[in-house]
Design a protein. Structure first.
Length: 343
């Protein structure tokens, strides 16, 4: 309060304004405020494409939360990190962490030097890819539906789900060589551990589980088709290892079943089964993370899934549901590709 009295004192105010430096500061401040206000258009609510040089993005989280994760189980499962630039690069480990295969033990004598071994890595580079759908709704249609189910919101959910399903397909079957606008999926990135089988059985899964164990990993997830999930259930039922019909104390029978996980006979790890409609004739067994929580498989997003309103010159409201992302398989040695399966 005392400072305010001093500032408003006529004599002190006159002395302050007599300084050229103080007048320049006031003028600069007024100029900045004037420029700030000039950027805010308050005289019209019309859409003016010529004045909008950038897209307007909206967060899609509320829309995505309304979509059942079962539609895209793999996409919902993969961890996501933020990206930058035009492409991403990462080191992929391609050798075992096993001293017995190198002939170089970890033991050494007092006063000596520990043995040196070399791990094999290669550098993977992948450009970010754009995925999206266009949504165009006439303004009269929007006005007519505002009091019932907003047509734009309904179509936005559909288009969002469509983009998510497209990404799910690409996570498995993407091939940047055959289709440059795609990123490489699991089927393309897994090259070192692969085999061919007609149908999955618990023994076959255990065999690939052991390969991953021998390479230093612990399998946590098995991605497979609906048909192979049925085959695995039938195989386990035929061996008598599971009960197909359960009768409660009221005499009501519940029939059929779904195998949701397997116990690894190697590690005791629960291997979760993830059924995807895009797995088709392939299945993938691997470690999603290390035992320490490091990602072995992840999505890197340059642009998270968003809705972007775009300028138009028609009597409509146009928007894009887009994302820019790429999949990174960081530890290929801990993943197995099983192909040639019945669809």
């Amino acid at each position: 309060m005392e400072d305010l009295k001093k500032i408003t004192n006529p004599e002190m105010l006159k002395a302050f304004l007599s300084e050229d430096r103080n007048l320049e500061m006031i003028a600069e401040a007024m100029k900045t405020e004037s420029m700030r206000k000039a950027t805010i258009t308050t005289g019209t609510y019309e859409f003016s494409p010529s004045d909008r040089s950038i897209f307007v993005a909206e967060n899609l989280d509320p829309i995505i939360k309304l979509i059942v994760p079962m539609a895209t189980p793999i996409r919902s499962l993969l961890p996501r990190v933020s990206g930058s630039g035009q492409a991403t690069a990462w080191k992929r480990m391609t050798s075992k962490l096993d001293p017995t295969t190198t002939g170089q033990g970890v033991e050494f004598a007092d006063g000596g030097t520990p043995n040196e071994t070399t791990q094999t890595f290669d550098t993977k580079t992948a450009a970010f890819k754009l995925l999206g759908r266009k949504l165009s709704v006439g303004l009269m249609h929007i006005a007519a539906s505002k009091d019932s189910v907003p047509v734009e919101d309904s179509l936005l959910r559909i288009k969002t789900l469509e983009v998510m399903q497209g990404e799910e397909d690409m996570i498995i079957n993407g091939d940047a060589t055959a289709t440059p606008l795609q990123f490489d999926g699991l089927a393309k990135q897994i090259t070192t551990i692969s085999g061919t089988n007609t149908d999955l059985t618990a023994a076959i899964v255990a065999g690939y589980d052991k390969q991953i164990w021998d390479n230093g990993g612990v399998a946590t997830h098995l991605i497979l088709s609906a048909n192979q999930g049925m085959e695995l259930s039938d195989e386990l039922q035929a061996t008598g290892s599971i009960q197909r019909i359960v009768i409660d104390n009221q005499g009501t029978a519940t029939a059929n079943l779904k195998v949701t996980s397997l116990i690894s006979p190697i590690t005791g790890q629960v291997i979760k089964l993830v059924t995807s409609r895009y797995a088709k004739d392939k299945a993938f067994l691997g470690a999603m993370k290390s035992q320490a929580g490091e990602n072995y498989l992840e999505m890197e997003d340059l642009i998270p899934l968003v809705k972007m309103e775009v300028p138009v010159t028609t009597f409509a409201k146009d928007s894009f549901v887009v994302e820019s992302t790429v999949m990174k398989l960081i530890a290929e040695m801990y993943w197995a590709k099983i192909q040639g399966l019945n669809q």
